[in-house]
Every structure is written in structure tokens, then in C-alpha cells.
Design a protein around this ligand. Structure first.
Ligand code: SAM
Length: 357
């Protein structure tokens, strides 16, 4: 009989999430069974079955996803960006279609709302064209959400650690099903160098990264691990994804009218980091806004997104494209058009209030 798995963050049947990123507090989840323990090339990987949150994926001691509440994060980091993109090529195609059909020489004056309606009825006549990049996101949840948009031609996922998709396919099948879609291409590698030679390549970039510090207070260490642990203690694999240079690379890789959506941390815990990222985003992009979602198993129950657009005047606070209510019911468990707008309403924390662009 195989020996029962153990992990230093699981004691007396409870997982405890400790990190210097949230000092003095620790989320606990009751564990039914430890499913997987591994020290990958980049991080400590743990999967367990919980009593009330389904299966849980933990990297470097930090909860990445639970089956019970992951949809809130995956839907919001994805659909706010996707539905803020105008699909200009599709619009052009529809204008051409209308022009050819009605021989209307003034077609350029047709109002936006008019062809939005046409979008719904004529979309089958227009080929999908949006190029989407996901950086991180190795559990497949963001992929699952991106491919809900028929306008997507291809979605590339660049994940640094092959262990994350492998373990997610075993223990988070409802998220990992995102990998099965024919529009998905997977690249295993660091998102930072991946972007270096990409120019005008993507309409939407979603960075679903882990936290910037890969510290695991309760990682099991042996002598072989010690060097990589010391490096990761202060610089986890995601640290570079919160730096200005990375946002410059994303900007460079965006096509005109492009949108980025990045994991933007928690207002209650990381205001200085949010302020820093927001400040350089407003220097780099004409539009840069912080939105957020609620989610019980992320620290303090809240996590945000930095939503930036390279086209001045674009109002990302309101969905430019909307699903019908029936489509929202069918496709989403958290996101809808009203939640999209509400996500940008922030409390009096001055540092995340968005000034005029
Ligand atoms: N939603 C989660 C959260 O906020 O806690 C994070 C999801 S998890 C799938 C994030 C993924 O980013 C991990 O699989 C990690 O391996 C990956 N990652 C971290 N640094 C990366 C990098 N430099 N390039 C690509 N992927 C990276």
C-alpha cells in the first residue's frame, strides 16, 4: 500500500496558508486527502482534496485555485478584457458585408449600436480573428473562459512550469479542460523572454500569474533545494511579471486597440504594490484602471486586475460588447455586464482610485 502523502503546510487535517505577503493571518482549509506533492523546477506544488472547497492547487504554499470559487477569478480576469475589446476587424468585415449587400456608399456612418445588433445575427458569416495571449494560467481556467468568445482565432498560453498543467489535468479537470480546445496553443517557458520579440502580435494579453514573491514559509527543504529556495525566497518565478519592463513588453506586443488584464493583487494587503503598478501603467497606457472581484480563498477575500488599453478614450469600465442575459446565464457563474461595471467602483483607498486619464 502506498504511504499516505504529507506536506509541511498540512497539520492535523488542516492546510494553513502562511506568507510574509500577508503577515499575521493565515487562511485555513480542512483537508480530506493530500493528492499530490512535488518540488518542480520552479516551485513547491501541492494538490489536496478539501472537505468543502473541492480540490485545491497550492504553489509555494499559496492557494492558486479551489474548485468551489475559481470561477470568480477566471471569469473576471478574462471577460472584462475580452468584452472591452471592440473587435475592429469584425466590425470592418460587417461594414464590408453590409456594403456588398446593400451597396450603401455611406456605410461608414452606420452607428455602432446598429452593427452590434448585426454582430449577433451575422457573426457566423465572419471568421474569428482575435489573437489572445495568456501568461501563466497553467491551471487552464483562463483558457476555458477565453474560448467562450467565438471571435477568438487563437489563444496562446505561456506557462513557466510544466508541472502546473500536468497536475491540473489530473486534479482540476474542469479548469484544465481549457487545454483541450482546438484554438489553444501551449508554450512552456518564462513569459518575460517570450514577449521580448513579439511586436503587434496580440489583441488581448491576460497575465494570470502567481504572487511576486515565491516564499513558502513551510516548504520542506533539503540541502539540494536550499540554493533554489534562497533564490525564490525573494524572487519567485512571477516577480518579473509585476515589473514596469514587463508591462512595456506587453504594450509592445499589443496590436492597436489592444487590452491587457493582469493579476493585480489585493487592496487590503498590497496597496503600495498596486499603487506602484498603477502609476507606471498610467505612464505607459492612455487607459489604466483597477477592477476587482471577491473570492473567499484568496487572501482577504479580494483580488484585483490592472486593465489597460493602448487606445486613448476607450472606456473599459463598460462592456463594449455584451452577451444577452440568456448567454450570460449559460456561459458565466459570476461575470455579467452589471458586475463588469461594478468591478471598477473602488472604496476611498486613495491609492487605487483612478484619476482622469
Ligand atoms: N490565479 C492565481 C492567483 O492569483 O493566485 C494564479 C494562477 S497560477 C495558474 C499562476 C501561474 O503563473 C503558475 O502556474 C505559475 O507557474 C505561472 N508563472 C509564474 N511566473 C511565470 C512566468 N514568469 N512566466 C510564465 N508563467 C509564470
Amino acid at each position: 500500500m502506498a504511504a499516505e502523502l504529507t506536506h509541511t503546510s498540512v497539520n492535523d487535517g488542516w492546510f494553513r496558508e502562511r506568507s510574509t505577503l500577508w503577515p499575521g493571518q493565515a487562511m485555513s482549509i480542512q483537508v480530506k486527502k493530500i493528492l499530490h506533492v512535488e518540488k518542480s523546477l520552479y516551485q513547491d506544488v501541492l494538490a489536496f482534496e478539501s472537505t468543502d472547497y473541492g480540490n485545491v492547487l497550492v504553489l509555494d504554499g499559496v492557494i492558486q485555485a479551489t474548485e468551489r470559487d475559481e470561477f470568480s477569478y477566471q471569469e473576471m480576469i478574462t471577460h472584462i478584457a475580452m468584452n472591452s475589446h471592440p473587435e475592429p476587424k469584425k466590425a470592418r468585415n460587417i461594414f464590408r458585408l453590409l456594403h456588398e449587400t446593400f451597396q450603401n456608399p455611406t456605410n461608414a456612418a452606420i452607428p455602432l449600436t446598429w452593427y452590434d445588433c448585426a454582430n449577433n445575427t451575422l457573426s457566423h458569416l465572419v471568421s474569428p480573428h482575435l489573437q489572445v495571449l495568456v501568461i501563466g494560467g497553467g491551471d487552464g481556467g483562463v483558457l476555458r473562459e477565453v474560448v467562450k468568445h467565438n471571435c477568438v482565432e487563437e489563444v496562446v498560453l505561456c506557462e513557466i512550469d510544466e508541472a502546473v498543467p500536468r497536475v491540473s489535468k489530473l486534479f482540476l479537470p474542469d479548469m484544465a479542460k481549457g487545454f483541450e480546445h482546438s484554438k489553444v496553443t501551449v508554450h512552456i517557458g518564462d513569459g518575460f523572454p517570450y514577449l521580448e520579440d513579439k511586436k503587434d502580435s496580440f489583441d488581448i494579453i491576460i497575465t494570470d500569474s502567481s504572487d511576486p514573491v515565491g516564499e513558502s514559509l513551510e516548504s520542506t527543504l533539503n540541502m539540494i533545494d536550499i540554493l533554489s529556495y534562497l533564490v525564490e525566497l525573494y524572487l519567485g518565478p512571477a516577480a518579473s511579471l509585476f515589473q514596469r519592463t514587463f508591462f512595456e513588453l506587453m504594450k509592445n506586443a499589443l496590436r492597436p486597440g489592444g487590452i491587457i488584464s493582469t493579476q493585480g493583487e489585493c487592496m487590503w494587503l498590497h496597496l503600495p504594490l498596486i499603487k506602484e503598478v498603477h502609476t507606471f501603467c498610467r505612464e505607459l497606457f492612455p487607459v489604466a484602471e483597477y477592477a476587482y472581484t471577491t473570492i473567499p480563498t484568496y487572501p482577504a477575500g479580494q483580488i484585483g486586475f490592472m486593465i489597460c488599453c493602448n487606445e486613448a478614450g476607450r472606456d473599459v469600465r463598460r462592456p463594449l460588447r455584451r452577451w444577452t442575459e440568456d448567454e450570460e446565464d449559460e456561459l458565466c457563474r459570476y461575470y455579467n455586464a452589471e458586475v463588469h461595471e461594478a468591478a471598477f467602483v473602488v472604496p476611498q483607498f486613495k491609492t487605487v482610485t483612478v484619476a482622469d486619464n
